[in-house]
Design a protein around this ligand. Sequence first.
Ligand SMILES: Cc1cc2nc3c(=O)[nH]c(=O)nc-3n(C[C@H](O)[C@H](O)[C@H](O)COP(=O)(O)O)c2cc1C
Length: 308
Amino acid sequence: MNLLETNLFNKKIKNPFIIASGPCGNFEELSEIIDINNLGGITTKTITKEPKIGNKAPRIVNLNDGLLNSIGLENKGIDYFIENEIKRIEDYNTLKIISIGGYNEYDFEYMIEKIDDYDIDFYELNLSCPNVNKGGATLLNDKKLLSKVIERSCNSTDKPIFLKFGYESNLEELVKIGVYNGASGVTLINTLKGMKIDINTGKPILKMKTGGVSGSFIKPMAVHCIYKIREKFPYLPIIGMGGVFNHEDAIELAMAGANLIGVGTAMMMDPEIVNKIIKNTAFYLSSKNKNFEDIVSKSHERTDNYVL
Ligand SMILES: Cc1cc2nc3c(=O)[nH]c(=O)nc-3n(C[C@H](O)[C@H](O)[C@H](O)COP(=O)(O)O)c2cc1C
């Protein structure tokens, strides 16, 4: 019996572990190291309508327990993706999540229409990248535009659409706008804005000065976001991510309310880590005589008996 098997939108998923958008590119290198088909799913790096060269270097700093990055959504654009990458991605026997980013409703609609007939499962709208000057940030600051983007995207496909947010102060309101306009789920969380200064020069290390913090530092924020959205939206599918390095981190996010668990930064440090997390989560579940779905949202149970 597969204790890790889970279900989303009547689709069986072999385990809840997916690769978060970005750190593993579009898996070409990763597929030489691990068997992608053992994963519950993969998320592409965010694709935009036009190619983006990204931000100038230095654009990544190692923080030991995490990273500070200002990649700036570097990618070769939707046409390149369709011509060169989608066929390989279609061949994986796992959940395929396509992350897209844009500036307005037309960008998102254009990309979804181009890609919708391929064998992919969900879309993830990246509404929260902290490393682009236009796009993510302005979308979240302009609720009318945000509503239009979500509504138009949802009307362009029958496939589920997840909305990816960061640690936003008005997260509940944003999720409500998303659900109202047809989104099927949310992905929580993207990186948090941060900075590092070189104490020998006194200057910020990143060319862009600020970047997105990922890794262990942001796990408590991820747990908080997932918990508060699960509390307000008991049945909304949530993909949780932020600082998952081992099975304990993953179980924590699941108990807060995550139905699927994304692994990002940890994969850059050890590409085989996701296999260890999968194996150790299965051990944990079997030692507790539970399956994965039994522990999802466990922290919300209104009971004195919290013992698993
Ligand atoms: C190098 C790097 C690139 C990323 N690129 C993207 C991206 O293209 N789209 C996106 O939605 N999130 C991107 N992210 C954010 C991750 O998907 C994830 O939300 C975040 O890093 C938190 O998870 P983690 O702590 O496991 O890395 C990126 C993160 C890193 C570290």
